[in-house]
Design a protein around this ligand. Structure first.
Ligand code: SAH
Length: 242
């Protein structure tokens, strides 16, 4: 039976992959994905066929993976982090009705909000939300509204896609919106390249974050009003009296 696994491989190296994700890759005849992610896992499978497409060709990659599965291959479509968080799981399931013979399984992975939070400490220890600053598929006005609602709700926020060459100003604009509601002393953190060589992390205030440049391999954390620095770590208390 033709089968497609849509696999979240975690943030970086093999040790951060779940055993379930590893088993799906073991079972696959073909590994599909964006080149960078394939490079992270392909050395584990030197003999497997690989199929990669450039970053912007996501739908092509999903269709190709579905076609390979329809032709009888067991295929693993790789995503970084979790496959369902700004990943390929939803487009694959949207396309799936056109491929009735393909069995599909979504395999969860450790998303950047969680792996990055662990590097910083425990910034997501209470209610939190995740917002992508990419306006490629979501209008910027919608992103602004979500940022305002997050600030209004006093959520800790993990910001994905905080910047790129074509939208270097997005983080600054996001901070300006949060600063309409949040104090400039709100504790924040940035984590770059979790699980990759040269992983970096630091803590800073929201006012300082506004003037910080980050790249696409970075996840940004904005604390709630309760988030504090404790011994160099970023902590959002659960609320226990300690
Ligand atoms: N499916 C992925 C997210 C893809 S969106 C996941 O669940 O993690 C791409 C964004 O994810 C990046 O811009 C960055 O904000 C974040 N990201 C992905 N890998 C990361 C890593 N190793 N370290 C820090 N942030 C990462």
């Amino acid at each position: 039976m033709a089968k497609l696994y849509v696999v979240g491989v975690g943030p970086g190296d093999a040790k951060r992959m779940t055993a379930e994700a590893r088993a799906a890759l073991d079972a696959a005849d073909v590994l599909c994905g964006y080149r960078t992610y394939l490079e992270l896992v392909a050395p584990l499978y030197p003999d497997k066929a690989v199929f990669s497409t450039p970053m912007k060709r996501e739908l092509d990659r999903c269709r190709r993976a579905l076609e390979l599965a329809r032709d009888g291959k067991t295929v693993a479509l790789l995503c970084s982090g979790d496959a369902g968080v700004y990943g390929m799981a939803s487009p694959v399931l949207e396309l799936l009705p056109a491929y009735p013979d393909v069995e599909t399984e979504i395999v969860a992975g450790v998303t950047a909000a969680l792996s990055g939070a662990a590097v910083l400490g425990a910034p997501l220890g209470n209610d939190f939300c995740v917002i992508s600053l990419s306006d490629l598929l979501t209008p910027w006005a919608v992103i602004e509204k979500r940022l305002r609602c997050a600030a209004e709700g006093d959520f800790a926020v993990a910001l994905y896609n905080p910047s790129s060459r074509t939208r270097a100003e997005h983080l600054r604009r996001a901070c300006d919106i949060l600063l309409e509601t949040c104090d400039g002393t709100t504790m924040c953190g940035v984590v770059r390249g979790v699980g990759r060589r040269g992983q970096e992390a630091r803590l800073l205030t929201l006012a300082a974050l506004r003037d910080t440049r980050v790249d696409m391999l970075t996840t940004v954390f904005v604390g709630s009003s309760q988030t504090r620095e404790i011994g160099g770590r970023l902590v959002t208390p659960r609320g226990y009296r300690t």
